[in-house]
Design a protein around this ligand. Structure first.
Ligand code: GDP
Length: 451
């Protein structure tokens, strides 16, 4: 996400490199490129114009002597202005005085409403809430079934209701919503997530139904679910929903696709409502709270270490990591089984590409982009299947694996003998490094280098 915009912005800053100060002339060139970069990323024209004007005003005002070079100044100004456009708020929920607080999910069909309802329920559960889900899409049984499947997969409470044989109309929608709210209250649920019917396009019937639900439920949040891949169309729909319903926030889905980022940078400005979450994949945990400063940091090529660390904290088993460190540093203790465990831990962090993308791509990290393009996601799986094809005895003592066994292991894991040899060589090297570190050799070597 945002790679294109990020690359183009980096290029526009390059023009200022080597300049002693910001002048009318060199800033105009840079601004022209920034404007183009934003427009090409499908950012709303009004947003681009305002952004560029703010940047210009601040850049010209910052000509006074400063320790920062022109490039550094402009990078900082663009960073701040992008954060301003996205707003400073992060995901926080309004609550109603009487539980359950109702979250109304609004959006067009296919935008990701049902998937996102499940993701949100899971996120709320992790945050200590007791959410209940309900789908009031009485027109499409498949949509209600889809939510039921999602709810089961994350073990969340769901109100299904009995609507068999009833005419599918707004009266039924409201009956279901009312029942769900009562059920949630009786069940001790503090949040009710209402997945609504979507349409292919905005029509007055849909809007009337949403307005009816708003009146009936007095939701504490009305979230607009926007498919980021649809760019300015998503922004226009967000505006239409906001004009009628006054949304309290937006969730951008499919940010893992090749969305150019325009929707993200425009929705807040056009509706006044903050983006609260991003959907980054089809699975329930491909969901992250939206932090404007972190997103801007990614756009500016500075990566997003904060999110990476949070993900590690959330998904990795600290006890296991400590156990591993102790064992590995004891030298001979590090077996191929430990190696496999470590690979499994790393895999929990997401794909290699998604991890690398959160690292900075400027300064010493320049060239990272190319590394990302060359990542072979299958490598982990291959290594794991090689280790799986060994006997336990072999995993605990790699030295007993002879030529014949290497052939068998390659065959069993669908790899080549060369792959098996490479893995064993790398493993042996790692063992050696750990052993040196464990015996304090690493420290001594470092001290030698320093003296
Ligand atoms: P709804 O009609 O608005 O309820 O949309 P769905 O929840 O059924 O989602 C439509 C399609 O988009 C499904 O195939 C989802 O798996 C997919 N989808 C939803 N969110 C994301 C996301 O963040 N990333 C990706 N790649 N796909 C998503």
């Amino acid at each position: 996400m945002f790679e294109n915009l990020s690359d183009k912005l980096q290029r526009s800053f390059k023009n200022l490199r080597g300049q002693g100060s910001i002048t009318d002339e060199n800033i105009s060139d840079a601004l022209r490129e920034i404007r183009l970069a934003l427009l090409e990323s499908d950012v709303n024209l009004a947003v681009v114009t305002e952004l560029v004007e703010h940047i210009r005003a601040r850049a010209m005002g910052s000509q006074v002597a400063t320790a920062l070079s022109p490039t550094e100044q402009i990078v900082k100004i663009v960073h701040d202005e992008l954060v301003n456009v996205l707003g400073k708020d992060t995901a926080r929920f309004q609550k109603s005085s009487q539980p359950p607080s109702v979250i109304l999910m609004a959006g067009l069909q296919g935008s990701g409403k049902t998937t996102t309802s499940g993701k949100l329920a899971q996120w709320l559960k992790k945050a200590g809430h007791r959410p209940m889900l309900v789908s009031v899409d009485v027109y499409r049984p498949a949509a209600r079934e889809q939510l039921a499947i999602v709810a089961r997969s994350i073990n969340a409470n769901l109100y299904e209701g009995d609507i068999k044989g009833e005419p599918a109309d707004s009266r039924l929608v409201e009956r279901l919503a009312r029942e769900a709210r009562r059920e949630a209250a009786n069940f001790g649920c503090d949040m009710l997530i209402v997945d609504t019917a979507g349409r292919n396009h905005i029509d007055s019937e849909l809007m009337d139904e949403m307005a009816g639900l708003k009146k009936l439920l007095s939701p504490s949040e009305i979230l607009f679910i926007a498919d980021a891949m649809t760019g300015q169309d998503a922004v226009n729909s967000a505006k239409a929903f906001n004009d009628r319903l006054t949304i309290t926030g937006a969730i951008l889905t499919k940010m893992d696709g090749d969305a150019r980022g325009g929707a993200a940078l425009s929705i807040r400005h056009v509706t006044g409502a903050p983006i609260k979450f991003l959907g980054t994949g089809e699975k329930p945990d491909a969901f992250e709270p939206f932090h404007p400063d972190r997103i801007v940091s990614r756009i500016m090529g500075h990566g997003d270490i904060a999110t990476l660390l949070e993900r590690a904290e959330e998904r990795l088993d600290r006890g296991k990591a400590e156990q591993f460190a102790k064992k590995a540093l004891s030298g001979d203790g590090f077996t191929l089984e430990d190696f496999r465990d470590q690979l499994r831990q790393i895999k929990k962090m997401g794909s290699m590409k998604s991890i690398l993308k959160m690292l900075p791509s400027v300064g010493p990290f320049a060239g990272m982009q190319q590394a990302i393009d060359n990542v072979d996601e299958g490598q982990f799986t291959r290594v794991e299947s090689i280790i799986n094809s060994m006997t336990r005895k072999e995993r605990l003592d790699h030295e007993i694996i002879n030529g014949n066994r290497r052939k068998r292991i390659a065959k069993g894991s669908g790899t080549t003998v060369q792959d098996v040899n490479n893995l064993l060589r790398q493993y042996a090297q790692m063992r050696k490094v750990f052993k040196t570190m464990g015996s304090g050799g690493g420290m001594k070597a470092q001290q030698r280098m320093m003296s």
